[in-house]
Design a protein around this ligand. Structure first.
Ligand SMILES: Cc1cc2nc3c(=O)[nH]c(=O)nc-3n(C[C@H](O)[C@H](O)[C@H](O)COP(=O)(O)O)c2cc1C
Ligand code: SF4
Length: 517
């Protein structure tokens, strides 16, 4: 009997030795004369357990982790007998961290072979496109509107409305662009999808093409993601061969093809109009809106631009219906969100759940607190432009509106945890420095204001005219917030002001009373 063993090929797993583990297990199996088939999958997203090795059994997959190359010999020996081993975690699906999740977008990630279209189809892949083709363009858009899906890239704009705008705009040629720049700190969900389930993204983009009348797509991937680039290119090739891309998809008259484009590495190239400039071969510079990309996007033509997770959520919406998806979540935040737990956290990784869990549940219960074992002092939610939340705000539910009501944002779903050794004045200064480095330079509040912001925070840290400089910093933040052309300048005040408001003692002021939070 051949043992089927899965080992992630995901970049994070590779970084902690998954490649060496695969080689060591293969060599150990040869030495012990055990017939073994190693399948390289994406990651399950339990990053503290990587490299996570799974073995197929009649009861389901059994997990072992974290496995080091020197564990290979004893692991293979154990698999020959009863599978008992010190690293055995039981059935993967029963691991509480995974069991507590609702995996819709990530349903196949870590399970399927990302290089096999046949495996994708064997796990319900392709059903969304099939149903979409039978529904017709208008009905697809209505289903996406009904699902309540909002853009997962950060701004949370309703995806169906964007698609409707493009569908209703007349043009000879339209485009589908996937934003896979994933520049937010502590985020990796786009990368995981591209490396672990690339066909779901291709399927989502093809559905968008059919719904809006676009025949060509581009995936714009950051250059720091070489594994994702390779996985997407391989999957696009396989999709062309297997009829998921090309002419007459699924026997219809619809044709759609796509290509990968690699960015040169600038945070601002994740901003949609800057990304379009970059795709056109220019320096990434933010464009003034209007016109919206839906009217005049890539090469001046109507363009749907969505995040990886937005597209990857569409196949299941098509397959199960908009109402199915809408039934998850709270308020105007419908469906599930792939939340990424990172920073100083015990159990970091990908946790997909319906909107509505509180920040405290996510950080303390799911994340298990800090990796250092020290108290959690602050978390930054939503990337480098997101606010720092103190423990006093841990009752905030993960929901677009609830975060906005507390001067925060959920962005792309990244949560970065800091323990009590963090210096929040330095974090505030870093936010201004980041803005200064990454600014595209088109508008003055951001280009000049970020450098002035660093200087003012330096004065405050040194205790020079602290009161006057704090007022000046607030004033400067308001100028950035209301005078910037895009959210890079417009949201940099969020981390700065939240640090100042919730952690004034780090700026030399008396501590804020908890009751006042
Ligand atoms: C400075 C800046 C960086 C951004 N970076 C990204 C990014 O890396 N990925 C992304 O999907 N959206 C990013 N966005 C948001 C995009 O402008 C845009 O809202 C998104 O691609 C639309 O897709 P969605 O509706 O599916 O979220 C960024 C925005 C700004 C202002
Ligand atoms: S806010 Fe900054 S990044 Fe955005 S357009 Fe203005 S200068 Fe460019």
């Amino acid at each position: 009997m051949t043992l089927r063993v899965t080992i992630p090929i995901d970049a994070a797993a590779l970084a902690v030795g998954a490649g060496q583990v695969a080689s060591a297990i293969s060599a150990a199996a040869a030495r012990q004369k055990v017939a073994i088939e190693i399948v390289r999958t994406g990651s399950r997203g339990l990053y503290w357990l990587e490299p996570l090795v799974e073995v197929e059994t009649p009861a389901g997959r059994v997990a072992y982790g974290p496995v080091a190359p020197h564990d290979a010999e004893s692991l293979v020996a154990a698999l020959r007998v009863d599978g008992g081993h010190k690293l055995r975690l039981g059935l993967t699906e029963d691991i509480p961290w995974l069991k507590r999740q609702t995996r819709l977008t990530f349903a196949r990630c870590g399970i399927v072979d990302p290089r096999s279209l046949a495996d994708y189809r064997a796990h319900d892949g392709g059903k969304g496109l099939e149903r979409a083709l039978s529904l017709g363009a208008d009905a697809i858009v209505e289903q996406v509107v009904q699902s309540g899906l909002r853009g997962r890239g950060g701004a949370g704009f309703p995806t169906g409305i964007k698609w409707r705008t493009v569908a209703q705009t007349k043009a000879e040629q339209k485009y589908i662009v996937c934003n896979a720049d994933e520049g937010d700190s502590g985020t990796f969900a786009d990368r995981m999808i591209m490396e672990g389930d690339p066909f779901v993204l291709i399927e989502g983009m093809a559905i968008a093409g059919f719904a809006t009348g676009a025949t060509k797509g581009y995936v714009y991937i950051r250059s720091e993601y070489p594994h994702a680039v390779a996985a997407m290119e391989a999957a696009i090739g396989a999709a062309r061969q297997g009829g998921l891309l090309g002419n007459r998809i699924g026997g219809s008259s619809f044709g759609f093809d796509m290509e990968v484009r690699v960015g040169a590495g600038a945070y601002v190239c994740g901003e949609e109009t800057s990304l379009l400039d970059s795709l056109e071969g220019k320096r990434g510079l933010v464009r003034a809106k209007p016109p919206l990309p839906a009217h005049k996007g890539l090469f001046g033509l109507p363009t749907v631009i969505n995040n990886v997770l937005s597209f990857a959520s569409v196949p299941i919406i098509m397959d199960k219906g908009g109402a199915f998806y809408r039934d998850f979540g709270m308020g105007k935040s419908r469906g599930t969100m792939p939340i990424q737990l990172a920073g100083n956290i015990k159990h970091g990784g990908l946790f997909e759940t319906a909107f509505g869990m509180t920040l405290g549940e996510l950080v303390d219960e799911v994340g298990g607190g800090t990796r250092s074992g020290r108290p959690v002092r602050a978390v930054q939610v939503g990337g480098p432009l997101g606010a720092y939340f103190p423990r006093a705000l841990f009752d905030t539910p993960f929901d677009y509106e609830a975060f906005a009501a507390r001067d925060g944002l959920i962005g792309h779903g990244g949560i970065v945890v800091f323990d009590d050794t963090v210096d929040m004045a330095k974090q505030a200064r870093f936010a201004m420095e980041f803005c200064a480095i990454e600014s595209c330079g088109k508008c003055t509040p951001c280009r000049v204001g970020s450098t002035r912001g660093m200087e003012v925070i330096d004065h405050i840290i040194r205790g020079e005219n602290r009161t006057a400089n704090t007022v000046l910093l607030e004033d400067l933040c308001n100028t950035l917030k209301f005078g910037s052309l895009c959210a890079l300048g417009g949201f940099t005040p969020y981390p700065v002001m939240s640090a100042l408001t919730h952690f004034p003692e780090d700026f030399g002021a008396p501590p804020r009373l908890q009751a006042a939070e």
